[in-house]
Design a binder for this molecule. Structure first.
Ligand SMILES: [Mn+2]
Length: 316
């Protein structure tokens, strides 16, 4: 049972609401998925994998779990897609109002309609950074606007939506799509300037919605609708690191883990991805209450990295 577990097996003192800066809400919802079912099992697989992970992050020289991660009561409403979305919206908002860094774990992508709505109401000039193989811009699908195929339609109307990794869409979505703010996977492989161009399009305040099928199925086969030609690990975290460094990321959701009990590597990838994103968030140099010693070490490391980058540029 989730209630007996903590994220990544962290000591209980870091998992209570009062002390935790991070809230993790699971939405084990799989009501509208159209192909492989199982996204409702994602959170447990993620949690189990997370308990087997090292808690020191080499890259940021930090142990972000000390910021505290509270696992909220899961959103289990599933009597209709509309009610599920409303319940997600309410729950996310409740924790945002407590000034927590709110993260949400699916479930399938329709849950993001509720998460984005809550963030949109709490933050001005919101950018939604959408990483996905699919454009998810249908106004409705199978008779509902709360289908996974419609996950960011509302965001396309109400926020600054930037889409990354897209490689599958329907012709009916062409009109809704703002092509100037879409980075198609086919183009990204030939030109890595997409990283800076995408960041330049963002406002300061960013919410990230990450559908795991944005990754290549070679490293992320455990998802409802895998698509060939996706992102690999290093380029993805390099991009995310830069986004967290340059923008104020106010929260994120991760969706569509559809675990396969005989291959736990994808579950582990997701556990590590979540931890990386928290590490990037909280080890930013200007983050006020980061321990002084950590801060100095981190600063040194960043300078070194900068030198290295400049060196590499010279070589070119
Ligand atoms: Mn997708």
């Amino acid at each position: 049972m989730n209630s007996l577990k903590t994220y990544a097996g962290i000591p209980e003192q870091y998992s209570v609401l009062d002390r935790a800066q991070v809230v993790l809400i699971s939405v084990p919802y799989d009501g509208t998925s159209t192909w492989q079912k199982g996204a409702d099992k994602g959170f447990d697989a993620f949690l189990e994998a997370s308990a087997n992970m090292e808690l020191y992050d080499i890259e940021t020289n930090s142990e972000v779990y000390k910021k505290g991660v509270f696992i909220a009561e899961p959103v289990t409403e599933n009597s209709s897609p509309a009610l599920m979305v409303e319940q997600v919206h309410k729950t996310v908002k409740k924790y945002l109002q407590k000034n927590k860094f709110v993260t949400i774990f699916g479930g399938e992508h329709s849950i993001s309609i509720g998460t984005i709505r809550a963030f949109k109401e709490c933050f001005k000039d919101l950018t939604v950074l959408h990483l996905d193989a699919h454009s998810d811009l249908r106004e409705e699908y199978n008779g509902s606007p709360y289908n996974h195929a419609c996950a960011v339609y509302e965001a396309s109307k109400t926020t600054n939506l930037i889409q990354v990794g897209i490689r599958s869409m329907d012709s009916s979505e062409v009109e809704t799509m703002n092509k100037d703010q879409v980075f198609f996977a086919e183009q990204m492989i030939f030109d890595d300037s997409w990283i800076d161009r995408a960041i330049d399009m963002m406002t300061d305040t960013v919410f990230i919605t990450l559908d795991l099928d944005v990754f290549d199925p070679s490293i992320m086969p455990s998802t409802g609708t895998p698509e060939p030609g996706g992102l690999l690990w290093n380029e993805t975290i390099e991009f995310l690191n830069k986004v967290f460094k340059e923008k104020n990321v106010v929260g994120f959701d991760i969706v569509e883990l559809c675990p396969n009990p005989s291959n736990k590597a994808p579950d582990f990838l997701v556990a590590k991805l979540y931890y990386k994103m928290l590490s990037y968030k909280f080890s930013r140099r200007d983050y006020d209450d980061f321990l002084d010693s950590d801060l100095i070490e981190f600063g040194k490391k960043q300078d070194k990295k900068k030198e290295q980058i400049e060196l590499n540029d010279d070589e070119l």
